[in-house]
Design a protein around this ligand. Sequence first.
Ligand SMILES: *Cc1c(COP(=O)(O)O)cnc(C)c1O
Length: 367
Amino acid sequence: MGGTEERYIREAFEKNWIAPLGENVDKFEQALSEKLDGSGVAVVNAGTAAMHLALILLGVGSGDEVLVSDFTFIGTVNPILYQGAIPVFIDSSMKTWNMDPALLEEAITDRMKKGKKPKAIVVVDIYGMPAEMDRIGGIAEKYGIPLVEDAAESLGSSFDGRPCGTFGAMGVLSFNGNKIITTSGGGALVSRNHDVASRARFLASQAREEALHFEHSAVGYNYRMSNILAGIGRGQMEVLDQRVAAHRANNEYYRNALGDISGLVFQTGPDGRYFSNYWLTTILFTAPGSEDAARTVCAALGKEKIDSRPVMKPMHQQSFLAHWPAYLNGVADTLFAQGLCLPSGSMLKESDLERITGIVRKAILRK
Ligand SMILES: *Cc1c(COP(=O)(O)O)cnc(C)c1O
């Protein structure tokens, strides 16, 4: 926490404004909007809920196909299934670890040849790294398919000066407990079109019309963020820039301390247009014979009671999703087999980082 969160929560209690909406919700949305080029923002109770609303707003329904990043967290994909739609998984490029634009285009033409034009594209900025937004945006435009950006992990990142979350028709943010800022649980739908954000607010409030009695004109959802949690969000927005700086400083430390190890590569933006918040610092062991290095290092850190974690298990490898169409090139499989998320919290001290990198180095060199 940054320090002012409790004040905003206390204010809500003092004004007895515990009910779903209130000043904290409005102010949190305003602060996010300012960070996101003045976009419309609707805060909700989870990133997954925001993704669900985004798909509903695009009219994604039963049997529709949605092209989606394969290398992601399940929260990106479940809402496609809530809608009875078909996820079509698109593998990553080693350039960013995000959706491979060439494979995306191949998938679009192939799906169209099979008689079905995809209804939407959902692209993820994994671990804070922007996807190749120029190419993916261009492809989406070329084929007239709406784009949703899953920026759950990339608040504070940008591509070519434009903030992550603002690409495509809609963006999705998450404020889950583990994200760069948190409301303990929460999310947001972002759109440059303010009417879209208003519509999301409406659907997230049980599609309740303005009337004294309960008047409803559509299927709605109870997805709005509470005024209490939005108070945490307001306080967190005041420290977002500090958080991004701290995560980027961790990344810098790791690069300096481990960069000389042969075959060890960091997830890195291909050029200066990619500005990652480095929510997590992630590495890949590529040296021949180092296939199990990620697991070895993870175990060595675990023995010292230090948390690390393999990178995302690709969606096409999840047993309950394995039957859906997938356009694969082996990159996500390689990332999962050989990649590792290093401890990346903003509270890490230099002495912590020194200790972590010492253990990593020892575990690799012992092999
Ligand atoms: C966290 C996350 C989500 C889901 O957000 P919740 O707030 O946990 O529902 C979706 N996509 C990605 C990439 C995430 O990291």
